[in-house]
Design a protein around this ligand. Structure first.
Ligand code: URA
Length: 232
């Protein structure tokens, strides 16, 4: 890849900043000062140093985002802002959201360029738990909760798998499901003659939404969180 792209992706600065660093002779490739930021480097085998410190190439990146409302869980969209665009400039081009939240759903979204880990987290065979904080339109009755816990018919070939329901308030529950069907939670609430007013994902497998993240903010996963996701 190009040297300026490498430096940018390794978070050494913006495109223009890293170009300036190169012009100032602060960057070496295999021990030689380079003056041109558009040379090609091999990110795996070349020793690239900034101010004398070797920059370790990281192949994969993992971000936890608190998805805000009004943003689509996609890499590109013709009309709406995407979650990937919230990561800002100088991001790798191969980052994608792991699964989708609806445009009006908020909360925990994982973004990565690690296809294998994403596949594990999303695989229907693995039944990875996802917990949503649901604000319902009407108080949830015991019968409705019982039905959700049994597995409701949401109009697909198979009913939704049994959910776990933890009541927080008469209209607010934590609903844990192990599938990720299209509009699943909304369809489950509709199936019991209720509906969703607000939906926020608070957990995804081993990940728990970081309370320090305001809507639209994100942080890197810790190495422990990455390992836990890998064990899903
Ligand atoms: N279920 C839904 O209905 N919407 C989401 O965004 C996620 C789960």
């Amino acid at each position: 890849m190009r040297l300026d792209k490498f430096l940018c992706e390794m978070k050494m600065g913006s495109r223009s900043q890293v170009k300036a660093f190169v012009r100032q002779g602060l960057v070496t490739v295999n021990g030689t000062v380079v003056k041109s930021a558009d040379i090609k480097v091999n990110e795996f085998t070349d020793a690239i140093c900034f101010h004398g410190d070797k920059i370790q190439y990281r192949q994969f990146v993992y971000y936890m985002m608190n998805k805000p409302q009004g943003v689509v869980s996609a890499t590109q969209d013709n009309t709406a802002q995407t979650v990937v665009s919230l990561l800002g400039n100088c991001q790798r081009e191969d980052i994608f959201p792991v699964g989708r939240l609806d445009k009006d759903t908020t909360g925990l979204l994982l973004l990565t360029n690690d296809g294998e880990l994403a596949h594990r987290m999303l695989s229907p065979k693995r039944h990875v738990d996802k917990t949503y904080r649901v604000v319902a339109a009407h108080p949830l009755t015991e019968e409705e909760i019982f039905q959700l816990e049994q597995g409701v018919d949401i109009g697909d070939d198979e009913p939704a798998m049994p959910a776990k329901v933890e009541v927080l308030d008469e209209r607010i529950v934590l609903l844990t499901i192990q599938e990720g069907r299209f509009h699943q939670v909304k369809r489950m609430l509709r199936a019991v003659n209720n509906s969703v007013l607000e939906l926020e994902r608070v957990t995804f497998g081993p990940l728990r939404l970081d309370a320090n993240l305001k809507p639209g903010e994100y942080r890197e996963l810790t190495s422990e969180e990455i390992a836990q996701c890998g064990n899903c």
